[in-house]
Design a protein around this ligand. Structure first.
Ligand code: B12
Ligand code: SF4
Length: 553
C-alpha cells in the first residue's frame, strides 16, 4: 500500500511519525515522508500546496501528525489533499488523542494515543479490503456518526503487541525517500541539503516514554488518566538505545549531537545510567544533550556519569518558584530541590550548557508571584540560559479546565483562544522584561544579584517610577558585563556561538569532551589535581567520589 506521512512542525525531527513510518515499512508498505517545516502562525504558500498535491498523487492513505497549535495548518493540508484526490486522511498525535471528535470534523479518521499498533493494523485492513471501522485505538466518522474504539495498550506494556519498547522499530531516517521544504518548494532530501540546512545536526530520540508526574499545564496528566492501570514510564534497554545510536553514527553523517528528548529522563535508575555511560563512551563517543531533567530526580551520581560520557547540554524545568503557582501547577520539586539541582549542575558548568524552563503570562500569577520567581532565579549560580514560554491552556490539561471554569476562556472558541496562542508571544510587561534581562546577564555568567533584583522589583522602585529607568541602565551596561563575564568565567564562552562550537568541529568529542575533563578546571576540581573520570574503571564513579571527598575538605 502507498502511504504518505506528513510532519508539519518547524523541524525535521518528529519522533512519533518517524516511528510510525518505520512500523509501516516493516510491514512492507511503500511509505513517503514529507516534512513541511513551518511555524504554526504562518499558512502554507500555494506553491507548497501544489507540490504537495503532486507528491500525494497515487497515495492510498495519508497521515498527518498534529499538535493543537498546528490546527490551522493541518486543516489547510487536509482540505487540499481531499479536494484533489479524496484520499482518506488520518490525523494522529497529541491533539487528535485529546480531541478526537473535534478532529473528525476535518479528517476521516484519527489515531488515539501511541499508534505503533493501530495505524499499521488499519493499513493492513485497508489493503486487503477488510472492514476497518472497528480498529482499536482509532475513531471514525461514518455517515455523520462517530465511532470511537478507544485507545489501546501502550507499547512497552503487557497488553500491547510490543510488550517492550525494545521491540519498536527505530525511527525511519531513510532520508532518500523523504521530502522537505526549501523556500516554498517541496524537494527531495539529500545528504547535501540536510548538511547545508543543518536541521538534523541533533538526532532526537527517546530512551523513555511517559512521565509519572502530573503537572497541570502538561499533557501527561491526561495521558496518565487515560491509562490508569499501566505504568506511565517505560524504559528501553541500554543495548537497544546504543544499537539505535550506532546505526545513526554509521548512516547519518550530518548528525553531530545525540539528543534525548524525554519527559523524565533522570527517572532511569542509577545502575542503568552507569551501564549506559560506559557503553556510550566506548561505542558512541559523540556529544550528548538531554532535556527533561526533573529537579527531584537529578542526582550527583547520574550527572557525573553523563558528563563523563559527553553531556554538553541539559534542560531542566523550573517553571516557577512562587509557592502558590507551584502548588497549582503541581510541580514535583520543591524550591530547595531546584536550588540543589542548580548548584549541582553549576559544578559542571565548564562541560555543559544549562537551560532552565520558565512559564510566564499565567493569569493566576500575581506580581508578587513573579517577583518571588525572579528573586529565586537571581540566587541560582550562573551561567545558564532561560527558555521563557507564555502559558497556553492546552486542551485536556488541568489549567484548561480551570481557565474555562473561571471564565478566562469561554471554552467555545478554542481555535482563537487556545490553538492560535503562540508560546513565544510573551506579554510585554515590566516584570517579564526582567526575566529577559536576567537571561542576558545569566548567559554571560554575571547574573543579577539578589540585591539588585530586590531593588528592580521593589514596589517603591515602581511607585517612584524608577523601574524602567533602572532597567534601561542595567540593559545598557550589558556589553561591558558580557565582555567581563566571558573574560573571567570560561564557562560563559560555551553560550556564545549557539551550537557552532560543537557542531562545526568534527573532532569535538575527541578534542574537547575527552580532553576537557583533564584540561578544564571546575570549582571543585582545580586543573590537573585529580584523576579524570576517563581513567576511572566505572564511568564517572572515581571522579564523583573524588569530588565528594574534595567537597568534604
Ligand atoms: C519532543 C517534544 C518536542 C520537541 C520535538 C517535536 C517534534 N517535532 O518531534 C520540541 C522541543 C521541538 C517540541 C516543541 C514543542 N512542543 Co513539544 N513535545 C515533545 C514531547 C516531550 C515528546 C513528543 C514525543 O516524541 N513523544 C513520544 C512519541 C511516542 O509520542 P508522539 O509524538 O505523541 O507520537 C505518537 C502518537 O501521538 C502517534 N502519532 C503521532 N503522530 C502521528 C501521526 C499519525 C498519522 C498517526 C497515525 C499517529 C501519530 O503515534 C506516535 C507513536 O506512538 C511531548 C510530550 C509528550 N509526552 O508527548 C511534547 C508536546 C508534544 N509538545 C507540546 C508543545 C505544546 C510543543 C510546542 C508547541 C510548545 C512548547 N512550549 O514546547 C513546541 C512546538 C514546536 C514549535 N517550534 O512550534 C505539547 C503538545 C500539546 C498539544 N496539545 O498539542 C506536548 C504534548 C507537551 C505538553 N506541553 O504537554 N516538542
Ligand atoms: S515533570 Fe515535565 S513532563 Fe512530567 S508532567 Fe511535569 S511538565 Fe509534564
Amino acid at each position: 500500500m502507498k502511504i504518505t506521512l506528513l510532519s508539519i512542525f518547524p523541524d525535521l525531527q518528529s519522533f512519533g511519525i518517524r516511528t510510525i513510518s518505520a512500523c509501516l515499512k516493516k510491514d512492507g508498505h511503500d511509505v513517503d515522508m514529507i516534512f513541511l517545516q513551518k511555524d504554526f502562525s504562518q499558512r502554507f504558500a500555494d506553491k507548497t500546496m501544489d507540490d504537495l498535491v503532486k507528491l500525494t498523487k497515487g497515495a492510498d492513505l495519508v497521515g498527518i501528525t498534529v499538535m493543537s497549535n498546528y490546527w490551522d495548518n493541518a486543516i489547510q493540508i487536509t482540505e487540499k489533499i481531499k479536494q484533489n484526490y479524496g484520499i482518506p486522511v488520518v490525523w494522529g498525535g497529541t491533539h487528535p488523542t485529546i480531541r478526537p471528535v473535534e478532529c473528525l470534523d476535518h479528517t476521516d479518521m484519527v489515531c488515539i494515543g501511541e499508534s505503533e499498533e493501530s495505524f499499521p493494523e488499519l493499513a493492513k485492513k485497508m489493503e486487503i479490503g477488510q472492514h476497518y471501522h472497528d480498529t482499536k485505538g482509532m475513531a471514525f466518522k461514518v455517515n455523520g456518526e462517530i465511532i470511537n474504539n478507544g485507545h489501546r495498550a501502550l507499547p512497552g506494556t503487557k497488553g500491547s503487541k510490543y510488550t517492550s519498547l525494545d521491540q519498536v522499530p527505530f525511527q525511519d531516517y531513510e532520508y532518500k525517500t523523504h521530502y522537505m521544504m526549501q523556500g516554498d518548494d517541496i524537494v527531495q532530501m539529500t545528504e547535501e541539503l540536510i548538511t547545508q540546512t543543518r536541521y538534523l545536526e541533533f538526532y532526537q530520540t527517546q530512551p523513555t516514554r511517559g512521565c509519572p508526574f502530573g503537572c497541570t499545564y502538561c499533557i501527561n496528566n491526561t495521558y496518565n488518566a487515560m491509562y490508569p492501570h499501566q505504568k506511565p514510564i517505560r524504559i528501553r534497554s541500554v543495548d537497544n538505545i546504543i544499537k539505535e545510536l550506532q546505526e545513526v553514527k554509521r548512516n547519518l553523517p550530518f548528525v553531530k549531537v545525540m539528543l534525548f528528548e524525554d519527559d523524565a529522563f533522570f527517572i532511569i535508575p542509577l545502575e542503568t545510567i552507569r551501564e549506559f555511560g560506559k557503553k556510550y563512551k566506548e561505542l558512541i563517543k559523540m556529544p550528548l544533550a538531554i532535556t527533561g531533567a526533573t529537579p527531584s530526580t537529578l542526582t550527583r551520581e547520574k550527572l557525573a556519569i553523563l558528563i563523563d560520557a559527553g553531556l554538553i547540554s541539559i534542560r531542566m524545568g523550573i517553571e516557577s518558584a512562587a509557592k502558590a503557582t507551584k502548588k497549582f501547577y503541581k510541580r514535583p520539586s520543591s524550591n530547595i530541590q531546584v536550588l540543589n539541582a542548580a548548584r549541582l549542575l553549576s559544578e559542571y558548568q565548564n562541560y555543559t550548557k544549562i537551560f532552565y524552563n520558565i512559564i510566564l503570562d499565567s493569569p493566576w500569577d500575581t506580581d508578587e508571584d513573579l517577583v518571588e520567581t525572579l528573586m529565586f532565579m537571581s540566587k541560582l549560580p550562573t551561567p545558564y540560559e532561560l527558555w521563557l514560554c507564555s502559558l497556553v491552556f492546552f486542551p485536556g490539561t488541568g489549567i484548561y479546565t480551570r481557565a474555562k471554569t473561571e471564565g478566562i476562556i469561554t471554552g467555545k472558541d478554542d481555535v482563537n483562544e487556545v490553538y492560535r496562542r503562540h508560546f513565544r508571544h510573551i506579554k510585554k510587561t515590566y516584570l517579564n522584561s526582567l526575566f529577559f534581562l536576567l537571561q542576558d546577564y545569566s548567559r554571560v555568567a554575571i547574573g543579577i544579584s539578589p540585591i539588585l533584583m530586590f531593588f528592580l522589583t521593589h514596589k517603591i522602585t515602581r511607585k517612584l517610577h524608577l523601574h524602567w529607568f533602572s532597567l534601561t541602565i542595567v540593559k545598557k551596561l550589558l556589553p561591558f558585563f558580557r565582555y567581563l563575564g566571558r573574560k573571567i568565567r570560561p564557562s560563559a564562552g560555551i553560550y556564545k556561538t549557539g551550537w557552532d562550537s560543537v557542531t562545526k568541529k568534527s573532532d569535538y568529542y575527541e578534542k574537547v569532551v575527552k580532553n576537557k575533563l583533564t584540561n578544564r578546571p571546575t570549582r571543585l576540581r582545580p586543573v590537573g589535581l585529580l584523576p579524570t573520570p576517563i581513567q576511572a574503571p566505572v564511568p564517572g564513579e572515581a571522579w564523583m567520589s573524588q569530588t565528594l571527598a574534595d567537597r568534604r575538605l
